[in-house]
Design a protein around this ligand. Structure first.
Ligand SMILES: Cc1ncc(COP(=O)(O)O)c(C=O)c1O
Length: 390
């Protein structure tokens, strides 16, 4: 059956060149930049209303008008999205009582990566892909493997050799072919490119196809709904390739056009690791593109991204939102994970703990006011890296 998708076409995020959305697409052929999905939002607004949402299914497909899948046969669902937004008890203790945690660890395969890969695999399946490849710090590989298993598509996952072993074991259990690569995610990306040329795999690297970001944007829609359509003052997000930040920013623009929210936007904060902080550095240097980070090292696997194709989009989001960038140390991530767990009941991964550490810094510096509403994203479960805390 036809979904209510109001997808119209794709558009280059840098040069605005339009592209057809009825076939597999990669990057802009003119400038090599990412493509974004565009919808008929006037049409979508007729059915995607605050009232209609109250009775919809409890997963990310509740926003089907602004998602790309056309035939519901291809709508893969493993329970992704509609994750809890929890008021953190520690908020009162740190003097910022309206502190919330959006707990993404309850997604399939334990991280927010499920949202993006759910959409990317559903749409690639609908458009005829038969094998899909990804370079991954770990979580995206697990998520790709799970959705490919649900669709019956072969997944090829390339993970750095020193990533925690749980990621490769999990992806293999889902039937993915997993290769461990000496080096970083950028070296894994090279391997994917070779496979694309040699075997015709479809590459779902961050922002190199248009639909992962469509899954990530649903975090923005959910925040709106869960806060009764009053977006928070500040969102603190652990950033690698940047799809979370970029996706939510896209969601807020769509939501305003749909009449779901007004013009108020949160200040967006990018959190990175001290030894891999290309976006934070570029933001404070006032430049539009980030330099690749040499010798990237951090226990937060998801933040070990030395260079990102969407760097200019992340920097645009930080500037347009009057946000900022914060880099925190590995020691802080490990320590603050314990404090956050004991003070809220949510045990975060190192990336989520980094968001909490950044909140403390921003409170101390006065950038964050104590009466502001803040959402910290816990992007994934700590359990695949549990040895960090033993
Ligand atoms: C747990 C976790 N948090 C945050 C990130 C960073 O996400 P993004 O690359 O979309 O910025 C990742 C990416 O691998 C991750 O696995």
């Amino acid at each position: 059956m036809h979904t209510a998708s109001c997808l119209v076409n794709l558009e280059c995020a840098a040069c605005n060149l339009p592209y057809a959305s009825d076939r597999l697409q990669k990057l802009c052929s003119a400038c090599g930049m990412p493509l974004l999905a565009r919808y008929d939002l006037e049409k979508a607004a007729r059915t995607l209303s605050r009232a209609a949402l109250r009775t919809r299914r409890a997963d990310l497909w509740r926003y089907e008008e602004v998602l790309p899948v056309q035939d519901d046969h291809f709508r893969l669902a493993l329970g992704e999205g509609w994750t809890p937004l929890l008021k953190a008890r520690f908020g009162a203790r740190i003097g910022c009582p309206a502190t919330y945690i959006k707990d993404e660890s309850s997604n399939p395969t334990g991280s927010f990566k499920a949202r993006g890969l759910c959409l990317a695999v559903s749409r690639a399946w609908e458009l005829g892909a038969s094998s899909i490849a990804i370079p991954s710090a770990g979580n995206a590989g697990s998520a790709l493997a799970a959705y490919c298993a649900a669709a019956g598509i072969q997944a090829h996952v390339f993970i750095p050799q020193d990533a925690p072993p749980a990621f490769a074991a999990e992806a293999r259990a889902y039937g993915a072919r997993v290769e461990l690569i000496e080096g970083l995610i950028t070296d894994c990306a090279r391997k994917v490119r070779e496979g694309v040329e040699r075997y015709g795999w479809f590459d779902v690297s961050t922002l190199k196809e248009p639909y992962r970001i469509e899954g990530k944007k649903t975090m923005g829609y959910e925040l709106g709904e869960q806060l009764d359509w009053q977006l928070p003052d500040v969102i603190i997000y652990p950033t690698g390739g940047g799809t979370g930040l970029i996706g939510m920013w896209k969601a807020f623009a769509e939501m305003q056009q749909l009449g779901l929210i007004g013009g108020k936007r949160p200040r967006m904060v990018s959190v990175q690791a001290e030894n891999c902080a290309p976006i934070v550095k570029a933001f404070h240097a006032g430049v539009d593109r980030a330099e690749p980070w040499a010798n990237a090292r951090t226990v937060a696997d998801g933040l070990r991204v030395p260079s990102a194709i969407g760097d200019f989009l992340m920097l645009q989001v930080l500037r347009e939102s009057h946000g900022t960038g914060v880099a925190v140390s590995d020691g802080e991530m490990i320590e603050y994970a314990r404090v956050m767990a004991a003070g809220s009941g949510v045990f975060p991964g190192p990336e989520g703990a980094a968001a909490f550490a950044a909140q403390i810094r921003l409170l101390d510096s006065g950038w964050l006011k104590r009466d502001e509403t803040v959402v910290l994203f816990n992007t994934g479960t700590p359990l695949k890296q549990i040895l960090l805390w033993t």
